[in-house]
Design a protein. Sequence first.
Length: 284
Amino acid sequence: MSAPAVSVRAPRAGLGLSAFEASVIGLVVLLLAVAVVGPLVAPESVYRSDIANALLPPGAGHWFGTDDQGRDVFWRLVVGARTTLLSAFLVVTLYSLIGVAVATIGAAGPRWLDETLMRITDIGLALPGMVVALGFAAAMGPSLRSAIIAMAITGWPITARLLRGIMRQTMEAPFVAGARALGVSRWRLMTCHVLPNSLDVLIVKWAGDVGTTVLVLASLSFIGVGAQPPSAEWGATIAGARGYVSTAWWTVVMPGAAVAITSIAFGLLGEIIQVRRDPSLRGN
C-alpha cells in the first residue's frame, strides 16, 4: 500500500499571514515609519551644499553616495519619503472623496441626474488621464501642488464608476429591501445603508492606487511639471541628477529604486487586501 499523500504548505506568520504577505506588510510599515520619523532624525547637512564632497560614490561614510551638491543621497531619500508618500496619500484621498460624492449623489438623486453624472464620468474615463493631468499641471504652473490638484481632478472618474456599479449591486440586497419597507428615505437609504456596505472595495483600490500615484507623481516631477529642485521629492531628485547618469549612477538609481520599491509594495498590499477580502481568489 502506498503512503498517504502529505500536503505541504508554506509556514504562515501570525494572524494567518504567509511569509510573503508578512514581508510586504512589513515593508509598507517600514516605508511609513521612514516617512514619519525620517525627517526628524535627518542630519542638518542633508539640507546644505558641500561641494567639496560632491558626487562621492557609495561607501562607509555615505551609504548611497552624494549628489552634485555634496548632499547625502540616503538622507535625501529619507527626507523625501514624507513628501512623496504624503502627496500620494493626499491625491488618492482627494479623488476618492470626489468619486464617492459623485456616485452617492447620482444614486440618491433622480434618474436624470444619475445619467448625467455617469455620462460625465464616462467622458473622464475616455480621456488619457496622464496627458490630461500633465496639461492641468502645466497650466497651473510647475509645482507639487499643481501636480496634486491635476491628479485629483483626473483620477475621480474610475472611483465614481466603480462605486456606482457596486452600489447598484448593494441596492438589491435583502437589508435594503427591508429598509425600503420601513419607509426610509432614498437619501438616507443611500448614505446610511448602501454606501457604508459598498466602501470595502475602495480600501483595496486605495492601497493599490497609492503605489501608482507615487510613480505618476515622480514622472510629473521628472518632466518638470511637479515638484521642483531642490525639493527632496523622489521624482525631483531624479530630475536634478539625470545629467550624471553616466558619471554618478547612484544619484539616479537610488531614488529610482525607492520609487519602484514603494510602488510595487503598495500594489502588492492592495492585492493582499483583495485576497483577504475575497477568499475565493486565494490559491489552493
